[in-house]
Design a protein around this ligand. Structure first.
Ligand SMILES: *Cc1c(COP(=O)(O)O)cnc(C)c1O
Length: 380
């Protein structure tokens, strides 16, 4: 069957291709060689491979799968999500302008702020879940890049990607979407008009909290894309063969994991919403969530595995609940099979994040066990 005709589950279950012709293995081999031989006439034995900085079969296989999942024209893997983000922003010229959603992944905001200062790039931050505000700020002056994140981490805001694409067009900018918290299973930003989609593959795409990685996928081949590909090859921010192989292995179960995590998250959000010790639950699957209708339109198969819970009381009460959890590990990150809890204010005290907020990254455990753990931690 032509991979282009496969449904995502089928494509992913066999990620990395069919039978390895050399060994007959049903999984791809790992080729760690950094360099590749030439024949007596000095032609590469394999025309695709001369040196591993830019030529790695496992990286190409993983890129192909991710590209097809997002319906893009090309994909590029990077050693981390941040390296992917940085590669895209480096295409913005000195003195340029970018529009960036406020209240997103703190590592992204921090890096972009510092980068823009170094490059004399104007950076306008805006709550992009407010379409009017986004339109207004885009219309103010020409820009090179509009950056949004949906659902956003840890505020769980939903951005109307089709409307953001229109807004970006009015100022001549590319729209890039960090879709890490949605995964390629639940959302398809390129189909809604985004120019570039980015994932931290460290999170649910690999899914086992054991490989760092990031990916950019473009809707169209264009000069900015060649610039990124060229810079990756020359500057060398590449993923290694072992990481790419592990990523392919992790991706094979992506749809199953996402399905289970979304079901768990929905059950947990519903439970917490009614809990007397909980002030609020931010989860797009709840009808009380301000972005629920939009998320229902824009996502399919679930609302993700990330939520924020505001514990009644303040910092002490929230930290007490986190401290009493037994199944949830107290650690940063999301998208792994194991559930995690994080007191975000400890990590980003200057961003206006509520002191009583706990971010939950729901895993694939039994939802009853997770709910029981939350119940004992919250007390009655
Ligand atoms: C983790 C994360 C990143 C950064 O990815 P790394 O792989 O940790 O560099 C970017 N965006 C979001 C939404 C993330 O969760």
């Amino acid at each position: 069957m032509d991979p282009k005709q496969m449904h995502p589950e089928t494509l992913l279950a066999q990620a990395g291709g069919g039978i390895d012709p050399q060994s007959g293995g049903v999984v791809p081999p790992i080729q760690p060689s950094t360099t590749f031989a030439r024949d007596a006439g000095y032609m590469p034995l394999n025309p695709e491979n001369t040196y591993a900085r830019d030529h790695n079969d496992a990286v190409r296989q993983a890129e192909q799968v991710l590209c097809q999942l997002e319906g893009g024209a090309a994909a590029l893997l990077f050693p981390t999500g941040m390296a992917a983000i940085a590669a895209l922003f480096r295409t913005v010229p000195t003195g340029g302008r970018v529009v960036v959603q406020s209240g997103i992944y703190w590592g992204t905001t921090k890096w972009i702020r510092e980068f823009c200062e170094r490059r004399q790039i104007v950076m306008d931050e805006v709550d992009a879940s407010d379409v009017t505000a986004l339109r207004d700020i885009c219309a103010r002056a020409p820009a090179h890049l509009v950056w949004v994140e949906s659902p956003s981490n840890p505020w769980l805001k939903i951005v109307d990607i089709a409307a953001a694409a229109e807004a970006a067009k009015t100022c001549g900018a590319l729209l890039a979407v960090d879709s890490t918290a949605a995964s390629p299973v639940l959302a398809q930003p390129l189909a809604l008009g985004a120019d570039v989609v980015m994932h931290s593959t460290t999170k649910v795409i690999n899914g086992h909290s054991d490989v760092l990685g990031g990916v950019l996928i473009t809707r169209k081949l264009a000069p900015f894309w060649n610039e990124i590909a060229n810079d990756r090859a020359s500057a060398g921010a590449v993923m290694g063969p072992f990481e790419a192989w592990l990523l392919l292995r992790g991706m094979r179960t992506l749809p199953l994991r996402v399905e289970r995590m979304c079901q768990n998250a929905m059950a947990i959000a519903a439970y917490l919403q009614d809990h007397p010790r909980v002030e609020a639950v931010w989860y797009p699957g709840l009808s009380s969530h301000h972005g629920h209708a939009l998320a229902t339109r824009q996502m399919s198969g679930g609302y993700g595995f990330l939520m924020s819970v505001l514990v009644k009381g303040g910092r002490e009460e929230a930290l007490c609940v986190a401290g009493r959890l037994g199944l949830f590990h107290r650690a940063t990150s999301l998208g792994g099979v194991e559930s995690l809890v994080e007191h975000r204010h400890t990590i980003e005290p200057h961003t206006g994040i509520p002191e009583n907020l706990l971010r939950l990254a729901i895993g694939t455990e039994n939802s009853g066990d997770l709910i029981a753990d939350l119940g004992q931690a919250l007390g009655h």
